[in-house]
Every structure is written in C-alpha cells, then in structure tokens.
Design a protein. Structure first.
Length: 299
C-alpha cells in the first residue's frame, strides 16, 4: 500500500471527506479513507496516515509483537473486530494522551496509527501528520473565564501553528458574541475591536483592552476602522458571504483566521477558493463541527 495514504475523517464527518476526495478513494474503512497522496492534504482529513502497510497476523500475540518490533508508540483506530483489536491494544505500551495547556510545545515522540482491516490483517502507519491521537487536540479547559467553548478553536489553531497575536497587536474579532474569541485575544494582551449585533458577555465587555461595536460585521467599513494586524471571524454565515467579506479586508488586515460554517450541504467550491489563497491553510480542527478553519498567518 505504499502508493496510498490513509485520510482520517473527524467523527461524524466522513461524507464531507469522501466528497472532497471523490474518485481518488480506493477503499473505505469506517472513517479512514484510503486514497492516492494529495498535497496539500484534504481539508476534511483530521489526520493523515502516510504510506500505511498491511501486516498479516496469526494471532493477538503476533499482532502486538509485529507492531512493537516496528516502533513503541501506537494509537488504535477501532473500526472492525473491536474485541480483537482491544486485546491487541492491551499488549502494546500505553500512550498517554493527557490534556495540554494552550500554546504548549507539540509532542515530538513518533506516534503511529493502526487498525484491524479484518481478523487477520493489521493496517498501520508509522508516519502520521498529527502528533496527537487521531489528530484530536485536548486541552485543560478553562471552566470560568470564557463565556462559550468557541475559545478552544483559537487555542487549537494558535497551538498548532505556533503563531498568535500578542501585546500591541490591533485585532478585529467579527461575529464575536458572546465573546469566547475576544476573551482569548484580550488574555493575550491584544487591543481587540469586538463586533457583533448581539451583546458580549458583560465580563468580556468590561475587559480594559476590548472595544465593542454592536453592529453587523458586514456593515463595517475597512476605511473607517483602519489597518489591523489580525482579522478573525467566527461569523455565522454562508461561506460565499464570508469570502466576499475577506476580499474586502485583504488590503487592511495582515493576518486572518476565519471559520467557514456549512449549513446543510458542504460548500466544497467556496472552500476550494479559500484553500487556493497563496500562503493560507484550510483544515478541520478537532474543535470544529460542520465547519473548517481558514488561516492566512504569514511568518
């Protein structure tokens, strides 16, 4: 199977990945789709198994022996023969997946992925795109400060990229209510212009480096606001409308991080327009739902 990669869909979103890959899919194994390599990786692939290989196995002990002989750390994707897979996994070294703090260093230990295709065949990959099990980043959550769990999307993006705004940066947060993203940005020391037709959480609105504009993000004039270091958007709108908004701000904002939210069918055509922007990246974060995160961060 050296000519194929395994593309792992997020839980519940196998179909958008299958649609994105189209006829390139050779085999489906639950939410793992085997297809010819693509660069860049599909946006809906939360992890990529590079050049997976099949291992014929004679027994549970033989499977664990073969995997341990290849490398130490493995994470199981259980899609078939669940009991047998669990017994094999029990004989492999335990892999700790403790929640991490935001902006932590990414794990560096090699982490392979494996699954049972059937009772007598393991599929495994030593080289995976994500250093986290199944590409899922888990954080030590803040249960008191942020008014919603949307803040986790920014934590994940900034942690994975190793780039984030800081003190002195002028940041525009569109579609901000109730204020999860504004809370993150303010905690980083940014000067935040927070925009939404709905009110902010009172604690977030009271932060000294937050200016709140109670209006539509789409009515905001870049010429009146002036240049910003970052434009962030978690606005609920169709992706095509978000594309037009980003186009308006391309000359006024240096860096972008935006959520493409899909209502009903996935708008692959507009997603592809975002992905085609030079220097940008479009992907499904593990904290996303039926949405993708587009970032143009520069360096």
């Amino acid at each position: 199977m050296t000519a194929l990669h395994g593309y792992l869909a997020p839980e519940g979103f196998t179909e958008p990945l299958a649609e994105e890959l189209g006829d390139a899919v050779v085999r489906r194994h639950g939410r793992l789709l085997l297809a010819s390599p693509r660069d860049p990786a599909p946006a809906w692939a939360q992890n990529v198994w590079r050049d997976p290989r099949e291992l014929p196995i004679a027994s549970i002990k033989d499977a664990s022996r073969q995997l341990r002989a290849i490398q130490r750390n493995w994470v199981l994707l259980s899609e078939a023969e669940h009991r047998r897979a669990a017994l094999i996994d029990d004989q492999l070294p335990h892999v700790s997946a403790k929640p991490i703090a935001p902006y932590s260093e990414l794990p560096t230990a090699p982490l392979g992925s494996w699954t049972l295709l059937d009772r007598d065949t393991v599929l495994c990959a030593t080289d995976c795109a994500s250093p986290f099990p199944h590409g899922e980043v888990r954080f030590v959550e803040d249960k008191h400060g942020p008014p919603s769990r949307a803040y986790l999307k920014l934590w994940e993006l900034f942690t994975l990229e190793g780039v984030r705004p800081g003190p002195g940066d002028r940041v525009l947060d569109l579609g901000s209510a109730p204020g999860g993203w504004t809370w993150v940005l303010a905690s980083l020391g940014c000067d935040v212009i927070s925009v939404d037709k709905a009110p902010l959480d009172t604690k977030v609105a009271a932060l000294p480096n937050v200016t709140f504009l109670e209006q539509s993000a789409f009515a905001l004039d870049p010429a009146e606001v002036g240049p910003v270091d970052w434009l962030l958007s978690d606005v609920i709108c169709y992706p095509e409308r978000l594309w037009r908004l980003v186009e308006r701000w391309r000359g006024a904002a240096a860096r972008f991080a935006c959520t493409l939210k899909f209502q009903g069918a996935t708008d692959h055509a507009t997603a592809a327009r975002f992905a085609a922007v030079e220097g940008s990246r479009l992907r499904h974060l593990s904290c996303n739902r039926h949405e993708l995160t587009w970032s143009l961060l520069g360096r």
